[in-house]
Every structure is written in C-alpha cells, then in structure tokens.
Design a protein around this ligand. Structure first.
Ligand SMILES: [Zn+2]
Length: 305
C-alpha cells in the first residue's frame, strides 16, 4: 500500500497562491510578544529584499496560524489530534510493536527503523499512530506535506509594493500595583491596512479531504475569524485573501479528476474545468469554488480518530 505521507512517490502537487491584504493594522513581531505592559519598543519583523528592508510575514508564522485553526476544525469533527508542541506531539506517543523492544516512543521507533533501512515499517507505524495534523503539517523528524513560503509585499514579478508603516504609543501599566510605571511609554510598530503580501502554499500528496481542511482554514483567515500576528484582541491582524490561484496535478497521469488518495478520501470530478499545461488551474471565484468543493469532501468523509 502507498501512504500519501511517504515521500517515496509523488502522487499529487497542489499550489495555492495569492495575496494576503491586511484590513486591520498588522504586526508580526520578532519572536514572542513581550508580556502586556513590558516597556519595549516593538518593531515588526523585516527582511532585506533587493537592497531594501521590508516587512514580511514569515512562512513559519502562517504555518502556525493554519495548524492551530486546523486543529480546532479537526477536533470539532471528533478527531484526536495533538497540539504539535514539542512536549505534546504524536512522536511522544508510546507504542508497543516489537515485543523485544518493549514500549517505544513513536518518534524514537521511526528513527530506529529508518536507521535500519526499514522504511516501509517506519512509514506504516507513523501512518497508523500519528494524527492527521502531524501527517499534514509535520512532526519532529517528519517534514510534513504542506509548506508555506514567506509572504513578501511584492507583485507577481517580484517587484516590491510600497507598504505604509504606522506607530502607536501605548502606556505601560505595572501589573502588580496598577500604577503607570516610570518609563511608561512604549511604541508599537505595525503595517497600515491595505498592504499586500504575496503568499504561496505548496502541498505534496495531500488527499482531497486534507486539502479541504486547508481550504476551510483559508476561508476562516479570509473572513477575519482567524487573524495573523500580534495584538489580535486589540483590533489587529485581520486579512483578506486576494487574487487567489489554485493549481493541482495528479501523478503519474494528470487530468481533471482529483483521485481519492486513501480509503477514506473521495475523488473530485473537475471535468467542467479546462486544464492548463496539464494542471487543474483556476483563479478568483473559480478557485474559491474548487476550495469549497474540497471543503465539502473534508466535511463528508469519515476519518478514524
Ligand atoms: Zn499529532
């Protein structure tokens, strides 16, 4: 049996691209947000791009946002999923497979099997024990099937789009005494609404229901239900998805059917759509319609918890 989690065989490539346009102030900071009331100047994260220092949204931030929202959706569906944090992920599960080895942590066992060249068994044990979120987004020593690019304020040709920055001044309150502290003022930098960040989400071997889970998450981002960056409770972080493109291609043979990639999956017939260069390829509303149909697959499939 071929597991879509395996990287040995290419079954499908899927690409979702477009812009994230912030409709509220947006700030993605460096590292963790300091605690409320910390007296620091909070700068947004920047990167050097063609000689200029520009703000951006790291792919790792986007991945975190998507994983966390997808975890909520999967739990609502009744699936048992881990948080993906270092102490609480499926690789920490203890399983008993070889009596001579006793109980082993899944991660340790997978690593041992790979070292011994027993790749099929390693993949089987991961497949049978890891949760859907780990299979899609990855776990320690397993890279995952979806990757998020860093999102830069650039156009399709890679030229920077101007971004307006803003600064707000806050007052730091001592949390113990409730008094305004001596060095009371701090400044928060943010991206003014209307900036466009070009994003791309690349998926490899994801079945239709898993793409549907991502689609549902993307919709939550677009609706503002799921926000990006810091200061979310203070009216920051809502973005809209603009100029979306959806591309997908099955292997070895392409075509306008998106095959079912495992026993639980359902195939999706997109023969009403014209192929472009062998790809299922849709833009704007047409792309959203495909995402909607993928989401319906996610909603309707029965998955083992
Ligand atoms: Zn997991």
């Amino acid at each position: 049996m071929t597991y879509w989690t395996s990287s040995a065989q290419l079954l499908r490539e899927t690409l979702i691209e477009g812009y994230l346009e912030n409709v509220e102030p947006l700030r993605v900071g460096v590292g963790r947000e300091p605690p409320l009331g910390a007296i620091v100047d909070l700068a947004v994260i920047r990167i050097n791009y063609r000689g200029a220092s520009i703000p951006y949204i790291p792919g790792s931030s986007l991945k975190g946002v998507f994983r966390s929202a997808a975890t909520t959706l999967a739990s609502h569906k009744g699936l048992k999923v881990c948080s993906g944090l270092s102490k609480d992920n499926c690789m920490e599960l203890k399983i008993l497979r070889d009596p001579e080895w006793g109980e082993e942590k899944l991660g340790k066992r997978v690593e041992r099997l790979l070292r011994e060249g027993r790749n099929q068994e390693a993949m089987r044990d991961f497949w049978e024990n890891a949760c859907l979120l780990c299979k899609i987004f990855g776990a320690p020593s397993y890279i995952g099937k979806v990757s998020f690019s860093d999102a830069y304020p650039i156009d399709e040709r890679g030229n920077p789009i101007p971004v307006r920055m803003g600064v707000r001044t806050g007052i730091a309150i001592d949390r113990k005494t409730g008094a305004v502290s001596r060095k009371a003022l701090y400044t928060v930098e943010y991206v003014e609404p209307g900036a466009r960040f070009r994003f791309s989400i690349r998926c490899r071997n994801l079945p239709n229901y898993a793409l549907g889970l991502l689609a549902a998450t993307l919709k939550m981002v677009d609706s503002g239900e799921v926000k990006i960056g810091g200061f979310k409770t203070r009216g920051f972080g809502a973005v809209r998805v603009r100029e979306i493109t959806f591309k997908s291609r099955d292997y070895p043979e392409g075509g306008s059917m998106m095959k079912a990639l495992d026993e639980a999956d359902r195939m999706l017939d997109l023969s009403d759509l014209e192929l472009r260069e062998g790809w299922i390829w849709a833009e704007g509303d047409s792309a959203w319609r495909i995402l909607q149909r993928l989401e319906e697959v996610w909603t309707s499939v029965q998955l083992k918890s």
